[in-house]
Design a protein. Sequence first.
Length: 209
Amino acid sequence: MVLESLRNDAEVILEPFAKAFRRVHPNTLSWIAFLFAGAAGISIYFSYWAHPLLIVTSILIILNGFFDALDGKVARLSGRASKSGDFVDHVLDRYADILMIGLIAVSPWCNPYIGIFAIIGVLLTSYMGTQAQAVGAGRLYSGLLGRADRIVILFFAPLVQWGLLTLGLETIGFDKLQLTIFEIVMLWFAIVGNLTAMQRAYVIWKKIK
């Protein structure tokens, strides 16, 4: 929700790009965003053995975020906003989350148990947001870890990990507690994601009871 509060500012920034892409079908842009997410996940996985891929990963993640934000703007600008388009966008977003976070979880960068809880936190956060609409409480974006926040964090994580590697470090911590940057991010997603899901559940319950 930290970045969701800047949604109106983002709309203004996206305006010229949306005009440039207005002839492209919004669903096509959703698929492009998804493909960048898949490429980013694969790049993250193999970056453990090819460190320059960390830079590539950050570029792919920001492109995913850009096209994911652009599809809805183009849909509204071109008069092609629809329930089916919104559905496609949300389905692809969830698969994108699974690809990026899941491939971090199974990569050598991360303890898989941390990754599993991160995936649970992220998916439950998104589920609560759309479930609010399903029960008549309206789409819910509140909480500490919206999708925009995740994209920004995932954009910086590979860059910071690459910076550590240039210093000859793979992990940071103290004594026996050593974590990669990706593990720190996954821990954040696991803890804050699940807290956000519970917060949204509480807000929904208050609205519908």
